[in-house]
Design a protein around this ligand. Sequence first.
Ligand code: HEM
Length: 176
Amino acid sequence: MTRYSPALVALHWILALMIIVPLFVGGPGLSRIDNADPAKIGALQGHMTFGVIVLILMLIRLVVRLRSDKPPHADTGNALVDLAGKVSHWSFYVLVILMCLSGIGISISAGLPAIVFQGSGDPLPPDFFAYPPRIAHGIIANLLMLLVALHVIAALYHQFYLKDGLFRRMWFGKRT
Ligand code: HEM
């Protein structure tokens, strides 16, 4: 097996985009909008809907990954670095799922479903930091940014320094 399955490849790149955009642009932009600003409701609607779609796609990818044949783990020649690779891949599932669950946690504690999606007309709280899931969402966001940076550096190291054609594994084509 030389490549991941087409479903895993497609979900990898779709999820990469769908996580990087809210992580580096959407989320930080959202938290800069004052909760009293009328634009906040629309921004929350977009961010929350997007986040729940990410959660669903991430769970689908996890199930497909556990059930499909995949190439053996990339070998760098250093057991410790190889282990770090495996840990970092599983950390993505843990952190992305926790990111979404903490977001849902903020939403439930602040009563956002009624305010944001059902137009209850209630005001938003002055900010969300009174709710512990908001603190968690911010911390996990920073950990996830670090993990994305490490992942990109590791992929480039494989591709251009070790020259082991790692990118080919995560693209479409013949699998044997
Ligand atoms: C992978 C999915 C997600 C990513 C990458 C993401 C990213 C972010 C980031 C980077 C922030 C700003 C953090 C900070 O500056 O401290 C944020 C804030 C927030 N996110 Fe998410 N988020 C995701 C999913 C969700 C979900 C599923 C919900 C709710 C259903 C949600 C609700 C919120 C809320 C309410 C805020 C606070 C905005 C504020 O403080 O004004 N997020 N998100």
